[in-house]
Design a protein around this ligand. Sequence first.
Ligand code: DP6
Length: 313
Amino acid sequence: MPTATAIAHPNIALVKYWGKAPGPGNVPAGPSLSITLDTLVTQTRVSIADRDALYIDDAPAEDTKVRACLADLRAHYPIAPLRIETSNNFPTAAGLASSASGFAALVTAIDHACDLGMDAATRSRFARRASGSAGRSIFGGVVALSGPEWTATPILAPEEWPLQVVVAITHAGRKNVSSSVGMRLSERSPYYPAWVASTAADFTAARTAVMDRDFSRLAEIAEHSCLKMHGLMLATPPGLLYWNAASTACLHAIRALRETGSDVFFTMDAGPQVKAVCLPESTPRVARTLAEVPGVQRVLVAGLGDGARIIES
Ligand code: DP6
């Protein structure tokens, strides 16, 4: 039976995607820029089978987004029924971008198992249609996702700027409001038009800061994009509040670290975990400090990783 196993890593957006263009195809309302991590991994094995079946961590599962992704692929390629077995080495659906690595690994494994012959841009487009951020996890290092094609493109390879990320886990449960639902709700925020209109300038400025390896400038842009997105969320009736007390304490701790000489900035997504992006010399101090913030359950450290790839077939 044809089989393929792929791995992919989550990515963390420094300029956020939060909002969809009208119409079908899960087209983002604005561009985004991310870094792909290395130590966090989704592994997905796909085998041709008698009927479709999904297993997450060895347990049978149902997932409407996986179903939709398979339907989308089958509208373009002849694909047999598939057995899909997937697992993460980090908390799922907790604001750690498990859907990004999940769909990047899934599309990559299906392409290989079914011999579809997709190039990376095509895999990125199908992954993005399944979950916007997943289009970026096809690639490693620093990655951009912008129109008009809305397939991701790599900007820097991991070794070209070896940033590190300390993830402070403040609550490992599943989030209450998924990103897809939260984005739709945010269209009702009075801030939504301003958010969409201002994202292109953040994206262009962040891309320039990355090309220049200008950490301080990237710190300003990324913290602004993050806080602007959370401002939009807070102003979304009845209020999308993903932070807890420990998240807020981590944000203050990271700013205090920066004021006392560490090269670090924060970002957060649709969950209470805090991601501290560091230059490598600053990582040990940042990790030590965040581990001691009350309410932080544990910290994970990652460098920049590679894109989705086949590890066995
Ligand atoms: C806050 O990619 O999970 O992490 O396209 O609806 O599946 P869907 O959304 P998703 O949203 C990610 C939102 C974010 C910011 C980002 O990764 O850019």
